[in-house]
Design a protein around this ligand. Structure first.
Ligand SMILES: Cc1cc2nc3c(=O)[nH]c(=O)nc-3n(C[C@H](O)[C@H](O)[C@H](O)COP(=O)(O)OP(=O)(O)OC[C@H]3O[C@@H](n4cnc5c(N)ncnc54)[C@H](O)[C@@H]3O)c2cc1C
Length: 420
C-alpha cells in the first residue's frame, strides 16, 4: 500500500515522483527499464522552456545538469519564400528564450534525484501485467510478481501507454507522412546560442545549439526521403543538410549516429479515468516542430503535483474524481492548444500550395512587425501564459539571472543555469 503508483519512471514520471515525494507522499514507481542499465542516448537535444526550467530548478534537478546551452535567439525562415522572423531574448525579461539539454543527461539526473528520496520505491526492471481498479483503490500487478495498491495510479508510460489502453480511453490520432531524423552536427562557425527553424516544403529542418561548435538537428522529412537520407554516407548526409540549410554555420560534419522517429498525433479524449491520471506523452503526443512535448509534459507534472499535494495536505482521497477532474480541467486547454498549434504549423509550412505560400508570407510579415504578437508567441512557447501552479510560480519571483562571462559561444554573456 502506497499513496501513489507511477507507471513509467522516465522524464515526466521520474520528475512527478520527486515532486510528490518532496511533499511527503509515499510513491511507488514501476519502470520496465532497470535503473542500473546504462541510459541509452536517443540523440535528442531537448529545447526546454522557462516553465520547465522553473520546475526542474524547484526540485533541485536543474543545478545538477552540467551541460546546458542557453538559446538567446531563434531564427525562423521559410524554405521557399525569402521570409524570416527572429525571436530574441531581448523580447523577454529574466533570461534566455530557452535551454538545450541532452536527453540522456536529463534522464540520468532525474533518476539520480529519484534515488535521493527514501519515500520513493523503484520497482524496475518490471512491467505492468494488469491494472485493476475498485471504488477505493488501484492495483498494479507487475511481471516481477509484485502487487502494488494505492488510491491513485498515474500513467507516465509514454506515447504507447499500456495503462491508457487498459483503461480503454478513446484516442484522437493521426500520423504524419513524416519521419524525424535526429543527429548532432559540428560546424566551422559558432552558433552564438542561436536556434534555427527552416521550414522546407517537405518538413521543418531545426537546429538547436549544443556545447561547443555543435548543434542538434531534427529534420522532419517524408518517409521515402528519410530512408534515402538515412542510407547516405556521413559525408553525403552532411552535404545534403548543407544544401538545404546554407552556410551560415559554416561547414557541417556529422558528429553522431542518426536516429529516426515516426511522427504522429495522439490525443486521449480524457486525461483521467477511475483512479487513473495520464501525464506526459501518455496524455498527449504531437509533432516536435515546436519542441514542446516534454515542456507540456512537465506542465502536466507541475499541475498534478499541485492538485495532489493540496488534496494530501487536506487529508482528501487522492484518487477521488473531484481531485482528478481539477487536474483535467487545468490541463485540457494547454494540451489542445499545443496540439492544434503544432499541427497547424506542419500543415501550413510542409506544403507547396501557392495559396498557403501567400498565407505564410502575410503571417511572417505580421509576426515580424507586430511586436506585441511576437512577444505573446514567445511567452506562450516559454510556458509563461495561463495558470501558474505553485511548483514554478514561487520560483519565478526569485528568478534573478546574472550575466554569464562572455565567451566564443556566448558573445552577449547570455544567462547560464549556473548563475541563477
Ligand atoms: C524527434 C523528437 C524531438 C523532440 N524534441 C523535443 C524538444 O526539443 N522539447 C520538448 O519539450 N519535447 C521534445 N520532444 C518530445 C519529448 O521527447 C517527449 O515529450 C518526452 O520524451 C516524453 O517523456 P515521458 O516521460 O512522458 O515519456 P517517455 O520518455 O516515453 O517515458 C516513458 C517511460 O515509461 C516506461 N514504460 C513504458 N511502458 C511501460 C510499462 N508497460 N511498464 C513499465 N514502464 C513502462 C519507459 O521505460 C519509460 O521510462 C521530442 C520528440 C521527438 C520525437
Amino acid at each position: 500500500m502506497t499513496d501513489i503508483i507511477i507507471v513509467g519512471g522516465g522524464l515526466t514520471g521520474g520528475t512527478l515522483a520527486c515532486a510528490l515525494a518532496e511533499k511527503g507522499l509515499q510513491v511507488a514507481v514501476v519502470d520496465q527499464v532497470g535503473p542500473h542499465s546504462p541510459t541509452p542516448t536517443d540523440g535528442r537535444s531537448f529545447a526546454l522552456s522557462r516553465s520547465s526550467f522553473h520546475i526542474l530548478s524547484k526540485l533541485g534537478i536543474w543545478e545538477t545538469l552540467d551541460d546546458v546551452t542557453p538559446i538567446t535567439k531563434i531564427h525562423t525562415s521559410d524554405g521557399v519564400l525569402p521570409q524570416w522572423v527572429e525571436f530574441n531574448e531581448m523580447d523577454v525579461t529574466g533570461g534566455p528564450l530557452g535551454y538545450v539539454v541532452d536527453s540522456a543527461l536529463l534522464k540520468a539526473k532525474i533518476l539520480e534525484k529519484v534515488f535521493s528520496f527514501k519515500n520513493i520505491t523503484l520497482h524496475a526492471p518490471q512491467s505492468v501485467l494488469r491494472m485493476e481498479r475498485t471504488d477505493f483503490h488501484a492495483f498494479i500487478e507487475t511481471n516481477g510478481g509484485e502487487t502494488l495498491k494505492a488510491p491513485l495510479c498515474i500513467a507516465a508510460d509514454g506515447r504507447f501507454s499500456h495503462l491508457r489502453t487498459e483503461a480503454q480511453i478513446p484516442l484522437i490520432k493521426w500520423s504524419y507522412d513524416q519521419v524525424a531524423i535526429v543527429c548532432h552536427l559540428t560546424h566551422t562557425l559558432p552558433h552564438n546560442n542561436q536556434a534555427f527553424e527552416h521550414f522546407l516544403p517537405w518538413g521543418p529542418l531545426a537546429f538547436v545549439p549544443r556545447p561547443g561548435n555543435e548543434s542538434g538537428l531534427v529534420w522532419s522529412v517524408e518517409k521515402e526521403k528519410a530512408d534515402v537520407f538515412l542510407a547516405l554516407s556521413p559525408e553525403d548526409f552532411a552535404a545534403e543538410i548543407q544544401a538545404h540549410f546554407g552556410d551560415c554555420l559554416g561547414q557541417f560534419t556529422l558528429s553522431s549516429k542518426r536516429w529516426s522517429y515516426a511522427l504522429s498525433v495522439c490525443l486521449p479524449k480524457r486525461l483521467i479515468d477511475t483512479r487513473l491520471a495520464l501525464v506526459g506523452d501518455a496524455a498527449h503526443t504531437f509533432h516536435p516542430v515546436a519542441g514542446q512535448g516534454l515542456n507540456v509534459g512537465f506542465r502536466d507534472v507541475s499541475v498534478l503535483a499541485d492538485v495532489l499535494t493540496e488534496a494530501f495536505s487536506l487529508g482528501l482521497d487522492l484518487g477521488a474524481s473531484q481531485v482528478l477532474k481539477t487536474y483535467q480541467k487545468r490541463r485540457r486547454g494547454d494540451i489542445i492548444a499545443m496540439t492544434l498549434l503544432t499541427d497547424g504549423m506542419v500543415r501550413v509550412f510542409s506544403n507547396q500550395s501557392r495559396v498557403l505560400a501567400r498565407v505564410r508570407s502575410v503571417g511572417f510579415g505580421v509576426v515580424k512587425y507586430v511586436t506585441p504578437l511576437r512577444h505573446m508567441m514567445i511567452r506562450h512557447a516559454m510556458g509563461m501564459r495561463g495558470h501558474a501552479p505553485f511548483l514554478w510560480a514561487r520560483e519565478r519571483s526569485t528568478f534573478q539571472p546574472t550575466p554569464k562571462p562572455i565567451s566564443k559561444n556566448n558573445p552577449k554573456g547570455a544567462t547560464h543555469k549556473k548563475s541563477v
